[in-house]
Write a protein that binds this ligand. Structure first.
Ligand code: PGA
Length: 251
């Protein structure tokens, strides 16, 4: 595998290391097109970006950003929507222009049309220069759940129960977690010129091993990343715990 793997001592250092890579990209190409993940993992990275923008170490005034996924059916103003998340964590706190930010509309009348136009919007902007990914416990990337096709594009997907359970904490009742999402496809992901995969915590150690060292298979969507030409994986110690020779770390 050609991936560069950076193992840091803890979540904070993981977030700082990832932020440095993003800042480096924006400095090199101020009008870079970013692909942004939601979830708990990249929050520290976004905090570091906000800090850097505030300190004027970097400016996102020409940067473009595409969110990777969104729940189907949630209102944009709903605090559990990814729309709300990314505005709150990043877009409203840096100097990125609103017209340069893109989020799939999970409430579109015609979801199929929304997916097709999101895919072509990414293309029209020249494709994604730098894509930031988290990883689900089942190996999903964005909402590309196990079984997703390698060349899949932006589309509506049914969320796996494991994914709905993992996100249940954000909702009053687990049954309120939407059953569908809009997600960019694995094909869309693989076209990104550079990818940063982030993972933190012991509960991600198994899936990180399967994704990076296991067989490339549809049942672990993240395993496709092994074939990407420019992948950097940034982990904390705990998430890297099963990557070392000998497999599962024993206590
Ligand atoms: P997390 O989610 O960052 O909240 O762990 C990752 C994912 O499900 O892709």
């Amino acid at each position: 595998m050609r991936a560069k793997i950076i193992i840091t001592d803890n979540y904070q250092l993981m977030s700082e290391a990832a932020a440095r890579l993003v800042i480096e990209q924006i400095k090199k190409k101020p009008n870079a097109v970013l692909g942004l993940a939601t979830g708990a993992t990249p929050i520290g990275l976004y905090e570091n970006l906000v800090k850097a923008a505030w300190l004027k170490t970097v400016s996102l005034s020409q940067t473009k950003a595409f969110l990777l996924d969104e729940y189907v059916g949630l209102n944009k103003a709903d605090s559990r929507s990814f729309h709300y998340f990314i505005k709150n964590k990043l877009f409203d706190r840096v100097d990125i222009k609103k017209e340069n930010t893109f989020i799939p509309d999970g409430q579109a009348q015609d979801l199929k049309k929304e997916c097709a136009s999101y895919e072509s919007l990414i293309k029209r902007h020249g494709g994604i220069d730098l894509l930031i990914l988290g990883i689900g416990l089942n190996g999903h990337l964005a909402f590309d759940e196990p079984g997703s096709e390698i060349d899949s594009k932006t589309r509506v997907v049914k969320l796996k129960e494991q994914t709905r359970r993992a996100n249940a904490a954000y909702f009053k009742k687990p049954s309120q977690v939407p059953r569908q999402g809009i997600t960019i496809g694995l094909g869309t992901i693989m076209k990104a010129r550079k990818i940063i995969l982030l993972a933190a915590g012991e509960n991600k150690a198994g899936v990180i091993r399967r994704a990076l060292k296991g067989k490339i298979t549809k049942s672990v969507p993240a395993s496709i990343l092994q074939t990407h030409k420019n992948l950097t994986v940034v982990l904390d110690q705990a998430a890297a715990g099963e990557l070392m020779a000998g497999g599962k770390r024993r206590k």
